[in-house]
Structures are given as C-alpha cells and as structure tokens.
Design a protein around this ligand. Structure first.
Ligand code: FAD
Length: 279
C-alpha cells in the first residue's frame, strides 16, 4: 500500500507524561510514513490548546498534521480565531466534525449552539478561508447513532460534501459490506470524494465494547464471542485482533477503498503490526 492515503489519529495528551509517551509513539509510527497525523478536538473547544500544541509539535518534527475541529458548543468567533491560528501556522488540513455534547459537561451550553450540524461548519470554513484547507468530514457506514435512518444519514453526508468537503473518514466498522454499500449510495447522491476507511485495531475487549456501544459500531457476534472467550488472555486477544483487522484492511483495499485511517488511541504497537502484515 502506498503511503498516500494512510493516516494516523491521536488525541491530545492531558499530562506531561502523556505528551512524552505520545512523542515516543509518534516516532515509531512516523517510520511507517503516513500521509499525515490527525489530532482530535474536545467538545466545545475543551482541548483547543492541546490540539494546537500537538499539531505544531508534529509539524516541527517534519510531518503533515491535521487538527480536528468541532462546532457544537463553539461560537463563530471562537472558530474564526482557531482557523486564523491554524492558517498562521501553515496548517492546510482539517477534519471537520459536529462533535458531541457530553452529559454533564461544565461551562458550555450546547442547546443554544450557534452550529448544529457539521455541514454548517464546513460551509463556515469555506466562507471564512476559501480553499485554504483540505477538509475531511466523518462518514458512518453503519449509520450515525442519532440519524433518522441510514438513508437520511447518507443524504446528510452528501450535504457535507456539497458544502465543500474534499474527503471523508469513516467511523470504524468490522463489516466491509456496510462500507462498500455506503460508498456506492453516497456516489449515487453525487458525493464522489474519497471515503477513507477508519480502522480500530482490536487489543482490548471491554474497551472495544464500550466504544462501540457509544458510536454505534457493530462487533460481529463471532468476533465478540471469541474475544469474550479469551478472557484475560491478552496475548490471544492481540493475535486474534491482528488477524481480523489485517484481513479487514486487505478486503477494503482489494475492494477499492482509497485508504485507511488508524485510530491509534496514542499506542503504536497494534497499528505498526497491522501495517507490517499488510506489506
Ligand atoms: P453531522 O454530520 O452533523 O451528523 C450528526 C447527526 O446529525 C447524524 O445523525 C446526521 O444524520 C444528523 N444530521 C446531519 N445534518 C442534519 C440536519 N440538517 N437535520 C437533521 N439531522 C442532521 N468528535 C469530537 O468531539 N472530536 C473529534 O476530534 C472527533 N473526531 C472524529 C473523527 C472521525 C473520523 C469520526 C468518524 C468521528 C469523530 N468525532 C469527533 C465524533 C463526532 O463528533 C460524532 O460522531 C458526532 O456525533 C457527529 O459528528 P458529525 O461531524 O458526523 O456530525
């Protein structure tokens, strides 16, 4: 696989120890020569400084970096300031999202948010900054959990592309059929931008179940049963997860997926292992 459509995601570390660990992780993953590293952004701008600092560190190390930016709970004014800061620092890529309103989130009133959906954010970025940024948006092959229906969700996706997105990254999934069907339906609606498949390595059963419940990803029954049966046997979970996710990536690439985006959770090992297997 060429490095062209292979990207890697981090979250901004919260402590100096976390920042140091991420530097080590990044050095290892940089050897795989991804196209860029992306850095997530907390709801309402809660990680704004952490996201910017991490992105600038990545750039200073000589790699391309794409901050995520979310709009729920953020004002036009604050987003304008963030966009200006990114522009001034020569950042050319963004991953634009609505974001989520965490329950009991202090200090930010999400109900009166100036932005409600990601298509409004994409429009805003285009109005403010023209073609400066290459914008990726999110796509959900298994439907976003709050969508009215899968059909409605793919239309909402097409609206983000129409608003000016250059590409998309999917939520992670383990059903390739859902991905290929989504891409086909989006294309029929005129959304023909590359849809990069989001890949979540499998390393920890309870964590995977928790994340998947939240974001609406289905863990196929056979995978779930096997993982549960391994219990505390971390080595078997790791080996099985590596097989399953490598095969998923192989099928996606063989079927025409334009690239892969790895959710690393700031760990290098699983992504590195999958990458070497794919080679
Ligand atoms: P939208 O595209 O706005 O869609 C949200 C929901 O609203 C969908 O159900 C859609 O069908 C529906 N919808 C859209 N438009 C309309 C409309 N006009 N009327 C009615 N319904 C509508 N979250 C973060 O907080 N920070 C991050 O850094 C981050 N990074 C992510 C990266 C990727 C690759 C992905 C896949 C997700 C990421 N998320 C992040 C999570 C994301 O913010 C959530 O999934 C969020 O709930 C939806 O964001 P969105 O941009 O897809 O929203």
């Amino acid at each position: 696989m060429s490095s062209h459509n292979f990207s890697i995601e981090f979250f901004p570390p919260k402590t100096p120890e976390g920042a140091e660990k991420l530097r080590v992780t990044r050095a290892r993953l940089a050897e795989l020569q991804p196209k860029y590293f992306s850095v997530t952004f907390g709801a309402g701008g809660s990680t704004q400084k952490g996201t910017l600092d991490t992105v600038l560190e990545i750039r200073n190390e000589g790699h391309d970096a794409a901050p995520h930016i979310s709009c729920l709970g953020s004002s036009r004014e604050s987003l304008r300031a963030i966009l200006t800061q990114y522009k001034e620092n020569g950042i050319k890529r963004l991953v634009a999202l609505r974001g989520d309103a965490p329950s009991g989130y202090g200090g930010v009133d999400f109900s009166s948010s100036e932005f409600r959906y990601a298509n409004e954010l994409v429009e805003f970025i285009r109005t403010e900054t023209g073609d400066w940024f290459h914008i990726e948006v999110a796509a959900y092959p298994e439907m976003h959990p709050q969508a009215k229906s899968p059909q409605d969700d793919v239309q909402r996706f097409a609206a983000k592309v129409k608003a000016g997105a250059n590409g998309a990254i999917t939520q992670y999934f383990y059903n390739t059929d859902a991905y290929f069907r989504f891409v086909e339906e989006a294309q029929k609606l005129g959304a023909t931008v590359p849809v990069i498949a989001g890949i979540m390595p499998i390393t920890n059963y309870s964590q995977l179940m928790r994340f998947s419940d939240m974001c609406g990803t289905e863990i196929p029954r056979w995978i779930r049963l096997k993982l549960a049966a391994y219990g505390d046997d971390a080595e078997s979970i790791r080996a099985f997860g590596l097989d399953v996710v490598t095969q998923l990536c192989e099928r996606l690439l063989a079927g025409g997926a334009p690239g892969l985006h790895f959710y690393t959770l700031n760990n290098a090992a699983a992504t590195t292992a999958i990458w070497h297997r794919l080679k």
